[in-house]
Design a protein around this ligand. Structure first.
Ligand code: AGP
Length: 625
């Protein structure tokens, strides 16, 4: 959940390519969604006495601004540089703990995303050998460990020192190192945490994700686990931990720079909410043949293997977990397969019953959430088939899986998941229909009817998104309400959970989602005059029971906001305010019904003057357990 970036362009004349400093600052700005407790950068090369020059700032979302005010004494023509934006895990979010970290000589700098699990053991050893560590972080240990290995075998160079140092390290890392003694080089290494590289004729780049270096190159590469890369101007060489050369894996990227920018919207979240119709359409694209059958060419599990599956587990976190909950209804209903759904961080520690007939579905837009990544690894080690739903091509989870079904939502920068969440539900519904097709539990005629209904979803999502002004008017009535209860039944229950999560994470208001039928078993004690209850009351087989639950809370003085199907006045008369949505097949309804709840949360957060793209305490991708 930190972001790293690096560029080397050597000491040649400025050829019009952006300066090292500009690339680092722009890249850090695009990586801030991964964490912004602090920012820092280091450069090496011509002038600034040809040493390693470093600057750091720890001031929350102001960190990068503060950093750019402290570059007056920076090298004028640096050869290479690295940068870091931090989400604190070990050590307080202060300047001493900010990356880059240096070694004792002050000529080596290192940035890192991940966690070094044996950092205490290593720091004790280094301190005993005379090293002086200045921070509370796990990362600083790496800088001194590399320093020690470089001193022990200078002929091996920095890349050799990194390689031998990492043989002592347990944990996750995506790291980059510069050294004033070799100013044209950046040495990078990766285990679990994401790292992307790029190269053009005069430079080479690395970053935690693609948008950070979009526009600088068209040639991207992935650094795989336990690989070390040496980047020099115009060249990248990769070796394994034993020093054997390895061809870096090319990565096709069709995201343009604009896709990673705001396109005129006030913030990434509103841009991404408005991109939802396209995200759903693109995720459906070319997966439905003219005769209505489904073809998923990225899923390398045969129909025969699908037919041998006797149980499905879905593992995920946050909004991806809520998408997974919706998949449970769809897969059980159409494919008649039992589905268990687990919070990923719980799954691997409960000794789950998994075997070769189990299908594990890992849902993760980033494909890097370590809780989910480790859960699918655990399941794979127990013999399960692993299918991952991810939004990032060749993400860590995608490469771990037996099969991948990509969502096609494009880069999602806002911390709150919106378009990737809708794309995940769409992908999971497609998968449920595909499983039913493979297992023969759904007739081709019924499948065609459902696929026709899916084809209309993008337009219906567009309609729901277009009502943002109406939703904002409803939100204004409740801008002073301190707490909210979200209710839903059947597929409306995960929608209620997602609506509550959206409100919590961007407005910091108290919000809790419940199955509506569960209220009378305790939570109804929360209801008093003025309590705001938001109910998902679109037409499902359990609509009448949902309305009965709404009547229970209305009789206790709650203010009622209902998500209801267009024209459904019977539902509307139970509400103080209605969030109208188009109707659809009830198992597809979550894709549409969640949209007004996203907009409701967005409006309340903006009414409270909050930064919806960078909510406090959160980061877009959580790569620590
Ligand atoms: C949702 O708005 C949050 N961003 C968070 O709950 C997120 O869904 C969760 O961390 C999972 O992320 P992933 O999809 O990248 O695995």
């Amino acid at each position: 959940m930190c972001g790293i970036i690096g560029i080397t362009k050597g000491s040649g004349p400025d050829d019009g390519v952006q300066s090292v400093l500009d690339v680092l600052v722009e890249g850090l700005a695009r990586l801030e969604y991964r964490g912004y407790d602090s920012a820092g950068l280091a450069m090496v090369g011509p002038t600034a006495a040809d040493g390693m020059w470093r600057v750091r700032a720890a001031n929350g979302t102001r960190s990068l601004d503060d950093l750019t005010k402290r570059t007056d004494d920076a090298p004028t023509h640096p050869s290479a540089g690295i940068g870091h934006t931090r989400w604190a895990t070990h050590g307080r979010p202060n300047e001493d703990n900010a990356h880059p970290h240096a070694d004792c000589t002050g000529r080596l700098a290192l940035v890192h995303n991940g966690i070094i699990e044996n950092h205490i053991e290593l720091s004790d050893e280094l301190i005993a050998d005379g090293h002086h560590l200045e921070s509370e972080t796990d990362t600083e240990v790496l800088a001194h460990l590399i320093e020690a290995h470089l001193a022990a075998a200078p002929a091996e160079g920095v890349v050799g020192a990194v390689r031998s140092a990492l043989s002592r390290v347990r944990g996750a890392f995506a790291l980059a190192v510069v050294h004033a003694d070799d100013p044209d080089a950046i040495v990078a290494a990766r285990r679990v945490s994401p790292l992307i590289m790029g190269v053009n004729e005069g430079a080479a780049f690395l970053a935690s994700d693609i948008p950070a270096i979009l526009g600088l190159t068209h040639d991207f590469f992935i650094l795989d686990d336990d690989r070390i890369a040496e980047l020099r101007p115009g060249a990248i060489s990769v070796t394994d931990l034993e020093g054997n050369p390895v061809e870096p894996e090319p990565l096709h990227v069709d995201w343009d720079l604009d896709a990673a920018r705001k396109d005129g919207y006030d913030d990434f979240m509103s841009k991404e909410v408005h991109e939802q119709p396209k995200a759903v359409a693109d995720t459906l694209l070319d997966r439905v043949l003219p005769d209505g059958t489904l073809v998923l060419d990225e899923v390398h599990i045969t129909n025969e293997e699908f037919r041998s599956i006797t149980k499905v587990f879905v593992v995920a976190c946050g909004s991806s977990y809520h998408a997974g909950l919706m998949a449970k209804y769809a897969i059980e209903h159409w494919a008649r397969l039992p589905v268990e759904i687990d919070i990923a961080s719980e799954f691997r520690y409960r000794n789950p019953v998994v075997d070769e007939q189990t299908l594990i579905i890992g849902v993760s837009q980033s494909g890097e959430t370590v809780d989910t990544f480790q859960a699918i690894r655990e399941a794979k080690s127990l013999g399960a088939k692993v299918l991952v739903i991810s939004n990032v091509v060749d993400s860590s989870m995608a490469r771990e899986a037996d099969a991948v079904l990509y969502t096609r939502a494009g880069p999602e920068i806002g911390v709150a998941s919106t378009k990737t969440h809708l794309a995940q539900i769409t992908a999971l519904e497609i998968l449920a229909l595909y499983l039913a097709q493979a297992r023969g539990t759904l007739s081709p005629a019924d499948a065609r009817g459902l696929l026709t209904a899916m084809g209309s979803l993008p337009d219906k999502v567009e309609t729901a998104v277009s009502r943002s002004v109406d939703v904002h008017a409803v939100a204004e009535h409740y801008k002073d309400s301190p707490s909210f209860i979200f209710l839903g039944r059947h597929v409306g229950y995960p929608v209620a959970l997602e609506g509550a999560l959206k409100l919590k994470e961007i407005s910091y208001l108290r919000a809790e989602g419940f199955p509506a039928g569960e209220l009378k078993h305790g939570p109804i004690a929360l209801v008093e005059p003025g309590t705001v209850v938001v109910g998902v009351a679109t037409r499902t087989p359990v609509w009448e029971k949902m309305i009965a639950n709404i009547a229970e809370v209305k009789s206790r003085g709650a203010s009622i906001v209902l998500v209801a199907n267009d024209g459904d006045e019977e539902t509307a008369r139970h509400a103080d305010h209605v969030l109208w949505v188009p109707a659809t097949e009830h198992l597809f309804a979550p894709i549409i019904d969640v949209v007004p709840l996203q907009l409701f949360a967005y409006s309340l957060a903006r009414l409270h003057g909050l930064d919806v793209d960078r909510p406090r305490n959160l980061a877009k991708t959580v790569t620590v357990e």
